[in-house]
Ligand binder design. Structure first.
Ligand code: MRU
Length: 346
């Protein structure tokens, strides 16, 4: 099973991105060659979702190295450091970004690389490989979930938050990938989609993907989740993650934590779905995760129009951390993990 579209394509010096801030009204691809424009695209969420941020950074660095004229390997390596720093600073929470940068660092540190061309080719190959591996991980995640968690019946109703589909990954998606996979198996699937305030990744992006795939869904505002779980049978809440610590605490889009609390109240299984590139085993608990804080205007405005009195004070945490005791299982490409979570380096 393959994704029906790709939000990112790369050809040596250029990256083509589907501008996600314009969806669902406008499907517009933009071409990037300048690395500062690419870092800006990541910060503005034109390209977003933990795994896709890592892929975009790797391609951004590769395109910049391929276009930068350098007379020596030392000069190109200096430029790499500058690029790395620029991408490192884009978004703090998704581990996948730092995973991708670490992978490129390993290439750069390879003592066998002795020329400018060799460095460019090796970085390019690594960036493409990171993308391919994520595509494969998405598929394995979906297979694992379909074979172990969702193999007992033909009808499943899910509730999901944010966007974890092809718009967020290098493949079919993580939590949304499972949903697409089960639908593709011929099961009757229905999805309740949280709109995901403040930037509406659920309403704008997940609903757009489900519509494209012809998977039945119902859009709800984030604060309806309890009422929905009270009135309808929900088989499971499935969401993604931006960073998972050693003990299983999982950072994901703001609102995930309260969704987990509601799911626990109603005894609805709550699954985190993520590739191993999202795991950060250098952190013991979720308290150590840096949570991105974004511009207040994302909260005080709706679609660019003031929705609160001007100069209202607001807080805009982009993510929250769901503690491990609220997580029924963590689905990865290696299998499904259950409590007690004790993740360690491979
Ligand atoms: O701010 P975003 O849109 O990048 O946040 C995305 C999420 O929180 C996703 O749930 C997460 O990155 C997992 S994507 C497979």
């Amino acid at each position: 099973m393959q994704s029906t579209f790709s939000p990112i394509t790369f050809n040596k010096t250029e990256i083509k991105l589907l501008n996600q801030t314009l969806l669902p009204r406008i499907e517009e691809y933009e071409v990037y060659s300048d690395y500062l424009d690419m870092t800006d695209a990541i910060k503005k969420l034109k390209v977003r979702g933990a795994p896709l941020i890592g892929i975009a950074a790797a391609y951004g660095i590769s395109a910049a190295l391929n276009t930068h004229s350098a007379s020596s390997l030392i000069e190109l390596l200096e430029f790499y450091k500058k690029l790395r720093f620029a991408f490192y600073q884009t978004r703090p929470t998704a581990k996948n970004l730092f995973y991708a940068l670490d992978r490129l660092d390993k290439v750069v540190e390879n003592p066998n690389i002795s020329s400018v061309d060799q460095l460019r080719e090796s970085i390019e190959a690594e960036a493409i490989q990171i993308h391919k591996e994520d595509e494969l991980s998405c598929l394995k995640i979906a297979e694992n979930a379909a074979n172990t968690l969702f193999n007992k019946k033909d009808n499943y109703t899910f509730l999901t938050h944010c966007n974890t589909g092809s718009l967020a990954t290098g493949g079919i998606g993580t939590a949304l990938g499972i949903i697409k996979y089960l639908h593709n198996q011929g099961k009757n699937i229905h999805v309740y989609v949280d709109e995901t305030r403040p930037l509406l990744q659920g309403a704008r992006l997940t609903a757009w993907e489900l519509h494209k795939e012809r998977i039945p869904y119902t859009l709800i505002t984030d604060n309806m989740a309890a009422q929905i779980m009270k009135n309808h049978h929900i088989d499971a809440v499935v969401v993604g993650a931006d960073r998972i610590t050693k003990n299983g605490d999982s950072a994901n889009k703001i609102g995930t934590f309260q969704l987990a609390i509601v799911a626990s109240y109603f005894n609805v299984p709550f699954y985190i779905v993520a590739p191993k590139t999202t795991f950060d085993t250098s952190l013991i608990t979720g308290d150590e995760i840096e949570i991105e804080i974004r511009d207040d205007l994302e909260v005080t405005r709706f679609n660019g129009i003031e929705s609160a009195p001007i100069r209202s004070k607001s807080e805009n945490y982009a993510f929250d951390v769901t503690p491990n005791n609220l997580i029924s299982g963590i689905v990865t490409e290696d299998g499904v993990y259950f409590s007690p979570y004790k993740f360690c380096d491979k």
